[in-house]
Design a protein around this ligand. Sequence first.
Ligand code: SF4
Length: 372
Amino acid sequence: MKVTFPHLGTMHIFCKTIAETSGIPFVVPPETSRKTLTLGVQHSNECLCLPFKIILGNFIEALQRGADTIVMVGSGPPCRLGLYDLVQKVILEDMGLHYRWLTIPPRLTWRAIWKNYEETKELKKELTWKNILLFPYGLRMGWKKMMACESLEKLAMKVRPREVKRGETQKRLKKALAWVDEARSLRTLAEALQRGTLSLQETEQDVSRAPFKVAIVGELYTVMDPHINRGVEQKLGELGAEVTRSSWFSTHILRSLRKNKAGQASERMRFFEASKAYLGYDVGAECNLSVGEAILRSREGFDGVVHLMPFACMPETTASGVLTRVSKDRDIPILTLVLDEQEIEGRVQTLLEAFVEMLQWKRKAASVFPKP
Ligand code: SF4
């Protein structure tokens, strides 16, 4: 057995650690590239969402490198994410690729546990006692590494808009994430996190700058994966914006386990409640949350919101229409970026530059003509 998983954001570090620590053979798909996207696009219907194509490309590349067991997160309706695993299975079978499939249920219901039991029945026979005994420790290591990665990414978001040498924070972040990835025990992981944090803090910064506060909202994979969003977080930071986002892999894992009632889940509830000013029902996926978060961020004094959506994403297309109204009603600039498989790096950069320039003008205007 050789397991594989999607290469999204830093999620692959979490999955890899679980397999590695438990002694289960694995194949990490190569970092998402143009080739990954081309493979995904070639074998998908053009109407499918961008994250679907990228994940499919990841799986094809991993299977070609010897993986034989795919681990994929599941989801429920109404959004297409709930059908990703079913459709991807059909495509991979049509391509003549051989694999086994394991879906991690989005909610721990009895039905999901039973389905999971059925799927893992054969796989379990290939696991040794050592694998099974080490699995809980693998989960713990994986979780700790994920939290370490997120903590470093959050710190980088603060440092980036103040860095003196453009690109320095990103370089240091990449190194710090590699140190976390390489850690083999809880002790070395703590050391890697400390070393990474220190390295980011030591980036030469101009503390006199007052960065713009920008929230990134939108479809979850698009918000969390820099390959899908063409590095929006980094680009905005380097243009002088301190970025915030509420979508993290840990948030979604805890939500699935219903473990974050007091923390991020209540934040999501707040966003959902706020969206009711414009939306009378749950549209699905992150739509209501994108709208609600934009409303709340405007109240919290954020300078702008960047809304990310894959081309043809139904829930976020609905959100983008509503956000136009939110922007006018709440006087907060909102930029919707529609991401597809085209080479759009340059376009994304230009749009973000124009957006930040507009924030500069708005700030200048507010200082000349303060609101009564
Ligand atoms: S939220 Fe949008 S992009 Fe994501 S799976 Fe659903 S329809 Fe596709």
